[in-house]
Design a binder for this molecule. Sequence first.
Ligand code: SAM
Length: 313
Amino acid sequence: LSKSSAQIRLPRYVRVNLLKTTVEDVLQMFVSEKYEEIENVNPTYTEYIELVRNLQPKQFLRDCHLPELLVFARGTDLHEHKLYKSGAIILQDKQAFLPAYILAPPAGSHVIDCCAAPGNKTTHTAAILHNTGRVFAFDKDGQRLASMRKLTQCVGASGAIQLSHMDFLKVDPTSPQYSRVTHAIVDPSCSGSGIVSRLNELTSVEEPNSKQRLKHLANFQAMILKHALSFPSMQRVVYSTCSIHAEENEGVVKEVEEWCGGRYVLVEIMPTLPGRGEGSFTKCVRMSPERDLTNGFFVACFRRTSACGSKRP
Ligand code: SAM
């Protein structure tokens, strides 16, 4: 990301938690508090971004992709709002909502979230499932998992979510409890180099290690992704990072695609988004602060091919 990215202030993204309320009820509440909804009917992506860029305090619009996502002017602070405190709305940058939206598991699905804490994508997945089915969520960090437990309770998603304090690489894909797992979110630890608020924190100390560090991260990310693809009934896996480095993004996808040997293929996701993966990886999405008014982000989606039966790839 360029230096100018660090100056960009992102809008306030608000996800309506459909486990607790409806979009219409939330809209009514904001309008009753003198917020103004800006018309946003079938704009092009460029028009949509301009509308978001020009939002004034107390104005909002509906996101052009996610039906339950509202976008408020930058600087809007809703942390004290009763809808936030009750778990009816969730405050997170837009890119955090893309993986579960792209995964789109049908009601009743069994899903794994391999690196789940603090739980934004797990709880969004549970909302998409309307708390039907099951989300097996793993994280090896006990503290982060403890705050995730609180979040799942606050947003009313704990019924469908099974939390495990575990290294995902030690989870046995052939265990009978995972026999119906068809969908996965793989959002592993990454360099975080796309996160706008962190751009100014990156110190020169990190520079000498960066190539080595990226290699280490990419190895780990590829291992987690391969492990997720190894579940016997797996059909669809979304891989995401908040990194701008090709090593952690297209590099990982390339390695894993080759390893799959045709048993999984990349799905073209969100074709109307202009930010595409680098090189031949145009089926994947890259978001950037300048172009998309989100943190820097990468998403890829793998789909199982019919050739593949239930063998390990
Ligand atoms: N998906 C999360 C969300 O949307 O809230 C954010 C995940 S964060 C980018 C990466 C997480 O991976 C961290 O919580 C970290 O503890 C966890 N992690 C790292 N290595 C892991 C492993 N081997 N098994 C399970 N979790 C791991």
